[in-house]
Design a protein around this ligand. Structure first.
Ligand SMILES: Cc1cc2nc3c(=O)[nH]c(=O)nc-3n(C[C@H](O)[C@H](O)[C@H](O)COP(=O)(O)OP(=O)(O)OC[C@H]3O[C@@H](n4cnc5c(N)ncnc54)[C@H](O)[C@@H]3O)c2cc1C
Length: 341
């Protein structure tokens, strides 16, 4: 376990609402960290519908889900909020002093005074390969999260997946690897036209091999050496592999919030509508994870919840300091925090 990172606020989940929660806390001068299970922020917007249009964000007539997340990140930039990606918060305990310790799947710990559950549909975690015994090579040679390009230098790399992420990874690997294979199941790849064009060029130049098939077995006991790829009923071929990058998408898994001391109701967290606080004082729940009368799972509702939760948590953190409403338009204090003046 690492030394705990001290922070006033910890946000669990970097979906649209977790990102806006950090912005609202930043405006109020509260420092925070965000933990996100996926390799990138954006929640359902980037995982489930990146290219789809959204028409009901106030003041934005039209945006794609991916661009919307980019705008949220740009808005958050002045506060330099750290987003710890590729790890899931697995445990949360309340200390006697009223603060919290959260621990993550990669061994990080956070000591936070206030906690925000922005966990939405659940932690998006990578879909794993289903080949008996192959899990022993996880993290060493099998990678479900992002891999440093240096690690691929001179290696035989196989990337598994049909989506844009897989295609993007295979293209990037070509810069450093000895050989690259993109192994996919579907005939049509779900990738951007730009990535498909680069892929076609790399394949025609012989820099990458594209195979439609699935891994059926492997060889190697101390290290992964070869994989068997079944292309059709009659044809199985073996491939050398040093690094296997798996991009089969992510599926959501809700954390065991009850074991954190938070009450749930039908897999959601009841909150009051003045503070958006749970029944565990100091823990707030915002966005799709919460429930209250007339709740609607809409981004704009989550933004309102995050705003009131930020005010409430700031009141808890600074009980002696009056918390006046200020406008970003006219407040020099807020504009300084935003780095505008
Ligand atoms: C196809 C589709 C279209 C939609 N269109 C619209 C629309 O047009 N307008 C609209 O308002 N809404 C729309 N929505 C709904 C909208 O996307 C959700 O309301 C919104 O994403 C909720 O945001 P969130 O931040 O609460 O949760 P999510 O987006 O689910 O994000 C939660 C994040 O928390 C992370 N996480 C969870 N648990 C942990 C943990 N323990 N540790 C670390 N990380 C964790 C997850 O990996 C995830 O990234 C649409 C939804 C779908 C599926």
């Amino acid at each position: 376990m690492h030394v705990a990172i001290n922070t006033e606020a910890l946000i669990i989940g970097a979906g649209p609402i977790g990102l806006f929660q950090a912005f609202e806390l930043g405006l109020l001068g509260v420092d925070c960290h965000i933990v996100e299970a996926m390799d990138r922020p954006g929640g359902q917007c980037v995982e489930l519908y990146p290219d789809k249009p959204i028409y009901d964000i106030p003041g934005t007539a039209y945006t794609t889900a991916e661009d919307f997340i980019l705008q949220l990140l740009k808005q958050l930039k002045p506060f330099g909020t750290q987003i710890h990606t590729g790890q899931t918060v697995e445990g949360l305990t309340k200390n006697d002093d009223g603060g919290f310790v959260a621990t993550t799947s990669t061994g990080k710990a956070f000591a936070a005074k206030q906690v925000f559950l922005a966990t939405g549909a659940g932690a998006f975690t990578p879909v794993k390969l289903r080949v008996d015994g192959i899990e022993q090579f996880e993290d060493e040679q099998i990678h479900y999260h992002s891999v440093e390009q240096q690690k691929l230098t001179g290696k035989n790399v196989v990337v598994v997946g049909d989506n844009n992420n897989a295609v993007h990874c295979a293209i990037s690997a070509c810069d450093n690897a000895n050989s690259v294979v993109l192994l996919h199941r579907k005939r049509r790849l779900g990738a951007s036209s730009e990535n498909l064009a680069s892929l076609e060029q790399l394949v025609s130049n012989g820099r990458m091999q594209q195979i439609k098939g699935k891994i059926t077995s492997y060889t190697g006991s101390y290290s992964l050496q070869k994989i068997s790829i079944q292309e059709n009923a009659d044809h199985i071929q073996q491939h050398d592999v040093d690094e296997l990058i798996v991009k089969l998408g992510n599926s959501p898994k809700q954390s065991d919030l009850n074991s954190w001391g938070v009450t749930t109701q039908a897999k959601h967290v009841p909150v009051d509508t003045a503070h958006y606080q749970t029944d565990l004082s100091g823990v707030f729940a915002v966005g799709d994870i919460n429930i209250y009368p007339a709740k609607r799972k809409l981004i704009l509702c989550g933004f309102h919840e995050a705003t009131l939760a930020a005010f409430s948590a700031t009141g808890n953190l600074r009980p002696d300091k009056p918390l006046h409403l200020q406008y970003t338009t006219t407040s020099t204090e807020l504009q300084k925090r935003l780095g505008i003046i």
